[in-house]
Design a protein around this ligand. Sequence first.
Ligand code: MRU
Length: 364
Amino acid sequence: MKVDGRPMRTLWPAPQRDAVFVIDQRVLPHKLRIERLADGDAVHRAIAEMWVRGAPLIGACAAYGLALHLNAGADDAQLERHAAALRGARPTAVNLAWALERMLSVLRPLPAAARRDAAWAAADAIAELDVQANAAIGRHGLPLLQAVAARKPRGQPVNVLTHCNAGWLATVDWGTATAPIYQAQAAGLPLHVWVDETRPRNQGASLTAWELGHAGVPHTVIADNAGGHLMQHGQVDLVIVGCDRVTRRGDVCNKIGTYLKALAAHDNGVPFYAAMPTSTLDLALLDGVAEIPIEARSAREVTHLSGRTADGCVLEIQLTPDGSAAANPAFDVTPARLVSGLITEHGVVAADEAALVALIAQTR
Ligand code: MRU
C-alpha cells in the first residue's frame, strides 16, 4: 500500500541480508518509524513486544528472524533452538508456527553450509506468498461487497464494520479483512468503514484508522460497544474481521471483542465474515474455545492509555484507580455457527469441517 504516495510494506530485508526493516507499530498513528532489526533476538523482541503484530506479519517476520539467526551459525541444534524460541514469541496466532515449520521443512534436509542462503530465500517466499494470498482474498471478497451495493439505493455506501487491525499493517501487504475493501474502492464502489477502536491496545483506532485514512477510504472510529447499536439501526451491512487461528470446524479466533460483534451480527441478521489466508488454518484443533491458547497480556494495557497531547507530545496516562486489578485476555473465539463464511485466497468457503478439509485437500 502507499503512505503519502510512497509504496510501502510492513517489513523488508536489508539488501546485504544482515537485517530486516519493520514499521514500528507501537508509535503509530503519531509517528511513522522504521526500525532495523539486526539479529534474531531483536526480531523475537519486536514480535513479543508488538512492534510488529497481526497474524500473517508475525509469521513472515519470524521467518526472517530465523534467517538472521542462521547468519551466525546453522547446525541442527542451532536451527531447532532458534525456531523453538521464535515460536514462543506469541502463543495465539498459528501463522507464527506455520511460517517456522515451513522454514524448517526447507532447511532441515540441507547441509548446514547451505542453510543460510536457503533461509533468506524461504523467508522471501513466505513474505511474497502472504502478499499474493491477501491480494486474492481481496478479489474473492469483492463480490460480497458488490452484492450488498446492488441491493442498496444507487450511490449509498456499503457500510462495513471491522474489529482490530486486519489491514496491511497486520500482514506484509494488503491486509486480510481490508483487502476486499481496497478492491471495492478500486472498483469505484461507495464504501464506509466502521472501525472498532479495539480496546485495550486500540489497534482499530490507531492502526486501521491510520491506514484507511492514508488510502482515502471513508471511515468512522467507534467505541467498541457501539457496534450492536449500529446493527440494530441498519447501519452495518456486513462485518469483516481477520483471524489469528481457525480450527478444523471453522471456529474463528481473533482479537478480544470479536465474539461479541459476531453475536450482535447474528441477532441482527448482519453477515459476519472472517478473512484468512490458509496459513491461519489449524487443522489439528477442533473446538476453538476449548483448545486455542489465548494470550494473556499485561494488565497495564488495560489500566493505562497513551495518546498525543494538544502540544504534540505522546504521553501515557493511568485510567484506573490505584490498586484496581485488571485482566487482559487478548483474543476470543467466535464459534463457527456465528460465521457466515471464510474469505480465503482460494475463494469464500463455509466455516465447517467438510468445507475446510476439502479446501486444503484441493490446495496443499
Ligand atoms: O494482538 P494483535 O494486534 O497481533 O492481534 C491482531 C488481530 O487480532 C488481527 O485481527 C489478526 O491477527 C488478523 S491479521 C490479518
